[in-house]
Design a protein around this ligand. Sequence first.
Ligand code: ATP
Length: 312
Amino acid sequence: MTSAATTHRSVTVRVPAKVNLELKVGPRRPDGFHELSTVYMAVGLHDEVTVVQADRWSVLVSGPYADQVPRDETNLALRAARAVGRQVGIDDPLSVLIHKEIPVAGGMAGGSADAAGALLACDHLWGLGLPREDLLETAADLGSDVPFVLTGGIAVGSGRGERLAPVLARGTYHWVLAVSPDGLSTPAVYAECDRLRGDADVPTPEPTTGMMTALRSGDVKALGAALSNDLGDAALSLQPELGEVLVAGLEFGAVGGLVSGSGPTVAFLTESPEAALDLCVSLTASGVAGEVRRAKGPVHGAHVVAGPSTRG
Ligand code: ATP
């Protein structure tokens, strides 16, 4: 039986993964981050984050990657919820429930997505109505990719990726994502990038004309040709088998492919939903890629799908 004394209010937010269509890595900054220029696209692989009023703080995770997600204080969604509470002076504990569909440590901003989800969910649960600029500022403090997954669509990221600018873009794109069974640590990939570069001069990163023109035209082949990632060599150096995945996807008809962010997920661009399905079948049948998923983009950023509602 449900009584007034045991009802708990909850809010659920759905939040997408990202693919970096272009990732230019500039010099390492004094704070340890690298200066970046990146073009993000939000893609239709979503986590759902629910915050529920509770008697103590906790994290519960479900979904295909649940066993790879920490449930302690290091969980990024929990950290985000606590940070919002601290910021506005609310000390009410919450249960944070995460349904995880975004690969973990896959270069698709999965943890950042959960942080963005928790941030927006707390804003709604606690009726804060934080202005967009404040949400984005808190998001940037939580992680470099958090502002983008909150915003969604397609955007250029500069600084360490947290400063967003809109991009003129048209079209819907069909992706095939080859998910590696072993994740890659983002700091390890940047360190490998630095090691491979040695003392070479690194120019200030900026978006390329090829990428901007491709997005403006909506031409999938031009976009496929413009995909690029400065972290690709570092990810391949740490997981050489990704090279075989890339070659296979392109041989099987993708119009372009690259390591997503710091990897190891390899993202292939295809010409149509049918071509995406064909590529999934070919990659799976070849045995070169373990898990293969499809996603379209761009999609919306974090949005409330349920609540505030009352749970018994
Ligand atoms: P990015 O693309 O932003 O560099 P990523 O997608 O490669 O990140 P994440 O999935 O964010 O990587 O995971 C990075 C690490 O963060 C994982 O190893 C995991 O232990 C930790 N982590 C903490 N909270 C979460 C969460 N809610 N979901 C996933 N990982 C989390």
